[in-house]
Design a protein around this ligand. Structure first.
Ligand SMILES: [Zn+2]
Length: 444
């Protein structure tokens, strides 16, 4: 699939304001046309980045004020790679622009004065940050005039592909590795996607899916369409800064699996600075990983340029990528910005879920619990100064993973009589609260 061909763009009579000018290798800089189907550099094997005409983009931003822009992922369409307006119109119209929630109660627990949650667990249509990236893949697929899309997924990519493909009228095929959260696969099937579970871990399944793509010519959202997919992640950075009234936060923390989000947060912040929309140079990016799969965080702490692949062993299945494709980009981004990496054990991850739930009323999945648990460690280690603005990105929804969480004691059934219910209520009042058990586990 690395052979280079150029396609015309079907139905491209109307053009978006995209200022994308081509593709470039992350490592050697070799350039390709935007319409090329190449997705990895034939010379060095690294991924490709989308490059833009930033002067043109800056002019567009002056010409089209923010209040005239849609409140969805296309708000910053100049800095996204989709040029066919009809393809753009069919995808992601309700994705992005998730709330930035002031998290005073969680902040008080952790000793952080100005803490915000970027709540991508409410992203539409599939309740995870992956709606941002998969929207780009599906729009790109439509630009190519194709009608089938595949993906390899630890969970949320699959649900995003299933949902966004259904809306766009294309067939979806989801390949899951052997350690998956069952509800996510059921969601895919409920949305009409065809699901194949593979006897192997994510990294093994990913390699095989690349071969499936080569053999069939089917596009894969996060393999053959990856340069476009990755660009969707930047929209989280754009929104955070705009939602803070164009003041870039002092710190952003997010969980890392393949590394797409954390590395593209860096790119998005750079672009806002280039366009003169905000001063973003001082924003630090920190990443959180499970102790059982922390190749990127370990490399950051050791200040190494490349990750050493690991075999994942963690209950945070959506973070179980042992050979992260964008790991080297994350290391570069985090170290350049003076951030750090941290990790949390499975019990700490579930305590992080509980602490977020008990303080902010948000139910997240283990990836979000990882972020909260590492946020606690960074706060305890004094990484945040008084008055710093800290944004934690919560990337996925706990409703999809609830069956995987440690079970809380099921309430005993009592007679439907006043005395019995009053006695039960008395017992419940005497029991431990969620916030107490989370505090105890995290040592808050
Ligand atoms: Zn290259």
């Amino acid at each position: 699939m690395s052979t280079q061909t150029t396609e015309s763009l079907p139905g491209s009579s109307q053009r978006t304001r995209s200022c994308a000018t081509g593709l470039a290798c992350h490592r050697c800089g070799k350039r390709y046309e935007l319409a090329d189907t190449v997705f990895a550099c034939p010379d060095c094997g690294k991924g490709l980045d989308v490059v833009y005409d930033y002067e043109l983009a800056a002019r567009h931003f002056r010409d089209v004020p923010t209040e005239e822009r849609p409140q969805n992922i296309w708000h910053f369409e100049e800095l996204l790679p989709i040029v066919d307006a009809s393809a753009q119109a069919r995808v992601g119209q309700h994705s992005g622009y998730t709330p930035l929630i002031r998290a005073d109660r969680l902040g008080a627990e952790l000793g952080i004065d100005n803490l915000y949650i970027k709540d991508d667990s409410s992203n539409r249509p599939s309740l995870s940050y992956k709606d941002r990236v998969v929207s780009m893949s599906v729009a790109r697929l439509l630009e190519r005039g194709k009608t089938e899309i595949g993906c390899v997924s630890t969970g949320n990519v699959g649900t995003a592909v299933a949902s966004l493909a259904a809306k766009a009228g294309v067939d979806a095929y989801v390949f899951y590795p052997n350690a998956l959260e069952v509800t996510k696969a059921r969601v895919c099937m409920a949305l009409g996607a065809k699901v194949c579970q593979v006897e192997g871990n994510y990294d093994e399944a990913n390699r095989r899916c690349r071969e499936v793509a080569e053999n069939t010519g089917m596009d894969f959202a996060n393999i053959t369409l990856r340069p476009f997919y990755a660009e969707g992640a930047k929209t989280a950075a754009f929104e955070i800064v705009e939602q803070l009234d164009w003041h870039s936060p002092d710190h952003i923390i997010t969980a890392a699996a393949g590394g797409t989000l954390s590395s593209r947060l860096h790119k998005g912040l750079l672009e806002l600075q280039l366009l003169g929309l905000s001063e973003t140079d001082t924003t630090r990016i920190h990443i959180a990983q499970p102790s059982g799969c922390n190749p990127i965080a370990s490399a950051i702490i050791a200040e190494e340029a490349e990750v050493h692949p690991v075999t994942p062993e963690t209950a945070a299945h959506s973070l179980a990528i042992g050979a992260p494709g964008d790991g080297y980009l994350v290391i570069d981004a985090v170290l350049k910005r003076g951030g750090t990496g941290g990790f949390a054990s499975d019990p700490e991850i579930f305590a992080g879920i509980d602490l977020l739930a008990a303080t902010e009323g948000l139910l997240t999945e283990p990836a979000g619990g990882t972020t909260v648990a590492v946020l606690e460690k960074l706060a305890a280690a004094g990484r945040f100064s008084a008055g710093d603005t800290v944004v934690a990105i919560i990337t996925g929804n706990g409703l999809k993973t609830l069956d995987e969480h440690p079970q809380k004691p099921w309430p005993a059934k009592v007679d439907c009589e006043l005395d019995a219910m009053l006695a039960a209520l008395g017992e419940l009042k005497g029991g431990p609260t969620l916030i107490q058990s989370a505090r105890e586990q995290l040592g808050v």
